[in-house]
Design a protein around this ligand. Structure first.
Ligand code: FE
Length: 230
C-alpha cells in the first residue's frame, strides 16, 4: 500500500470516529446498525467522496436568517436534518461553513412563490458548521410538488465562495410512511419517486439521507456532504 492510500484510509477512520462523537454529543440516534468507525468505513456506511452538484432550481432566495428552526410554525412531521460538511480531499470536517437550506412545506409550497408568496422565510434558513462540520436544522418533512421527488435544496458557502450546490433526498419507503399521515395524507399521491426523478438520477443516490427516529420518536436525517475547498 502506498503512502497516499494509507493516509486516506486513516482519515476515513477518523471521520467515522468524529461522526460517532458528534451523534453522542447531540443526544440523537442514527441507524446503529450502520455504526461508525473502521467497520463502517469498510462497509461503505461512512464515506468521504465528492457529493454531486445538482441544480439549485428556481426557488432559491439568498441571505435568509441564521436560524435552526426554519418552520415558522407551519405544520408537518418534525424532522431534524444533520448536515455534515467535509473536505472531499482530506476527509476532514469543515468548520464555519454556512449551510443554506430551502424546501417545500408539507403542502408542497415554497415560501416566496405561488401560494407561498405571502412569506419569504418558511422552510428556509442558514446554519454555520461546528468544529465537527455539523449544521443542524429543525424543520418538517418536505411535501412533494409536481414533477419532483421529495428533496431539500442545499448550498454550502465559505468565505464568500459557494463550495457546493445540491439536493438531499429521502428513502421512498420513509416518505410513504410519513405521507400516510396528516397533513400530507390530505393531498393526492405524489407523482414522482426517486428512481423516476430526472435530477435524482444524476447522482442523487449519493445525496440520500440516512434516516431513523430518535428516542423521542422524531425523524433524524443525516447526510455527509463532501465538498472541494476552493
Ligand atoms: Fe425544489
Amino acid at each position: 500500500m502506498d503512502d497516499s492510500r494509507f493516509t486516506r484510509r486513516g482519515s476515513l477512520v477518523r471521520l467515522g470516529g468524529f461522526l460517532a462523537t458528534a451523534v453522542g454529543a447531540a443526544g440523537l440516534e442514527i441507524e446503529t446498525s450502520e455504526g461508525a468507525g473502521p467497520a463502517a468505513v469498510a462497509s461503505g456506511a461512512v464515506t468521504c467522496v465528492l457529493t454531486p452538484e445538482q441544480t439549485e432550481g428556481p426557488y432559491y432566495i439568498a441571505n435568509e436568517a441564521l436560524r435552526r428552526n426554519i418552520t415558522d410554525g407551519r405544520p408537518g412531521t418534525a424532522l431534524l436534518l444533520r448536515a455534515f460538511v467535509v473536505n472531499a480531499s482530506t476527509c476532514k470536517p469543515i468548520k464555519g461553513a454556512a449551510v443554506d437550506i430551502w424546501h417545500a412545506d408539507a403542502g408542497g409550497v415554497y415560501s416566496g412563490f405561488g401560494q407561498g408568496a405571502g412569506s419569504r422565510t418558511f422552510m428556509r434558513g442558514i446554519q454555520r458548521t461546528s468544529a465537527q462540520g455539523l449544521a443542524l436544522f429543525r424543520t418538517v418533512y418536505p411535501g412533494w410538488y409536481q414533477g419532483r421527488t421529495v428533496h431539500i435544496h442545499v448550498k454550502v458557502h465559505l468565505g464568500g465562495d459557494v463550495l457546493h450546490t445540491g439536493q438531499v433526498y429521502f428513502p421512498d419507503t420513509v416518505t410513504d410512511a410519513v405521507y400516510r399521515r396528516a397533513p400530507y395524507a390530505s393531498r393526492p399521491n405524489r407523482d414522482v419517486r426517486n428512481a423516476d426523478d430526472s435530477i435524482y438520477r444524476n447522482g442523487g443516490k449519493k445525496s440520500q439521507v440516512k434516516i431513523s427516529k430518535n428516542s423521542a420518536g422524531v425523524y433524524v436525517a443525516s447526510i455527509v456532504m463532501g465538498v472541494h475547498r476552493s
